[in-house]
Design a protein around this ligand. Sequence first.
Ligand code: PSU
Ligand code: MN
Length: 314
Amino acid sequence: MSNLSHLPIDIAPHIKEALQNNGPVVALESTIITHGMEYPNNVNCALEVEECVRQGGGIPATIAIIQGRIKIGITKEEIDYLGKEGRKCKKCSRRDLAVCLVQKLNGSTTVAATMICAKYAGIKVFVTGGIGGVHRGAEQTFDISADLKELGSTQVAVICAGAKSILDIPKTLEYLETEGVPILGYKTDKFPEFFVSDSGFKTSSSIASDKECAEVIHMQFSRLNLQNGILITVPVPAEHEADGEKVKEAINQALKEHDELGITGPESTPFLLKRVNEITGGESSKSNIALIKNNAVTGGRIAKELSLIASKKD
Ligand code: PSU
Ligand code: MN
């Protein structure tokens, strides 16, 4: 943990203690709570995801900004508060962090901002649903999520179910390759497409076990000391896969509406996620919750293995 005395940051005591002992702490983001789902599903899902991290053997630390302070490991009450505030909270990516702290706002952290906060706290493993990426039509709009640049520059391993096909998946993969981000397929070499386990594209490597994931994280961060992140992609379990055709149609419809309404900037991703959820009815949201929970169990296991490696005296 670096010297944080100059930072408006509060680390929950049990998280601080775990970090001092190389404990298996797993960071969780909060934009999914405020901008990804509706109340009370968002709160229930966030609490269940924390429980899944514990089931895997990890210690969950949900990260957000509350009244201008970075909180590492928010309480149940704070999760409920953020869930109720929803879109009144500022969706914070890298560029928004300083302003959010100075203006003492409530902010939810995206993948990019959660990585930054996790790094300050010394957390190496972070679980989310899906990352932001290169949007379709980016050659016109230049809409590329700051998550990708963050993965290229911040030493945190992000565990997710790939990317939604609201994004341009091949361009997202090219961008990550340029940034030097390993894309580790968890027990597969197929890059997952969020609701669907195979996007038709390949990861950069296939990793056989939780232990091997932890070894790669340790090698890259603690031995090679490379400053960039790692992406670990876990396919949605087969029994929770959504109907690929149905999702594809919903995405096309959502993208059409998005363009017609002229939505741009940070509103784009939340709009598309919301419309895909609405158009597919219960189906995509059920699959969404199942895959995040599966990522959380996996993240807990990987963090546990990493904790064992880090605790060995060598
Ligand atoms: N993709 C998803 N679910 C999400 C997000 C992305 O499938 O909840 C959220 C994450 O917090 C991610 C953010 O970091 O959206 C990306 O937003 P943008 O594209 O504006 O960078
Ligand atoms: Mn964007």
